[in-house]
Design a protein around this ligand. Structure first.
Ligand code: CTP
Ligand code: ZN
Length: 160
């Protein structure tokens, strides 16, 4: 019954419903949930079933975001890019309501083909058949070809 969906005094923790099959991206830095959706190419226009919690209290982080995507498991490329904006994230694979796999994201040394260089003079943006390649720094990413460093708003470099 729909009235049961209101905040339940016995369940202070669960803000967003459990999912049946899919992926829960947990412990995302507060404020990054919309960038997580951008990385996954989710804008709701294809009817994707997605729940988002923003700035919810967390034990591990002061405030966290959480993204639950029904019916989808993530590729390693997607997880690699997620790690750049959500370095503490936990990826939980859910099947039949149970978490069957849980792992922390790891920052890769290099990401290829997922970010595009913001430098218009870079060979990777000049229409040549060169795949983008960025080295992952502690505080940003650096284009291997033109050495442009991006520290803020890495999500805006995501190739769509
Ligand atoms: N979750 C979900 N739907 C399910 C199962 C789990 O949305 N069917 C969510 C939980 O709400 C939680 C996350 O997936 O946000 C991880 O679930 P679980 O491992 O059960 O929780 P914790 O043990 O609290 O996870 P952690 O130790 O990683 O904080
Ligand atoms: Zn470049």
């Amino acid at each position: 019954d729909d009235h049961d969906h209101h905040d339940d005094a016995d369940d202070h923790e669960l803000r967003v419903s459990k999912i049946r099959n899919g992926t829960v991206i947990d412990h995302v830095r507060g404020g990054q949930a919309l960038n997580v959706l951008a990385i996954l190419g989710i804008d709701g226009s294809e009817g994707e079933e997605v729940s988002v919690g923003m700035n919810v209290p967390s034990d591990r982080l002061a405030r966290k975001d959480i993204v639950k995507v029904e019916g989808r498991e993530l590729s390693q490329d997607e997880v690699d890019v997620l790690s750049l904006i959500a370095p503490d994230a936990t990826i939980n694979i859910v099947r039949d309501y149970e978490v069957i796999e849980k792992h922390r994201v790891e920052r890769p040394d290099v990401v290829t083909g997922v970010l595009s260089c913001p430098n218009p003079g870079c060979i990777t943006t000049a229409g040549e058949p060169v795949t983008s390649r960025f080295e992952v720094l502690d505080d940003g990413v650096r284009c291997t070809y033109c050495e442009t460093i991006v520290r803020e708003d890495i999500a805006s470099l995501i190739d769509t």
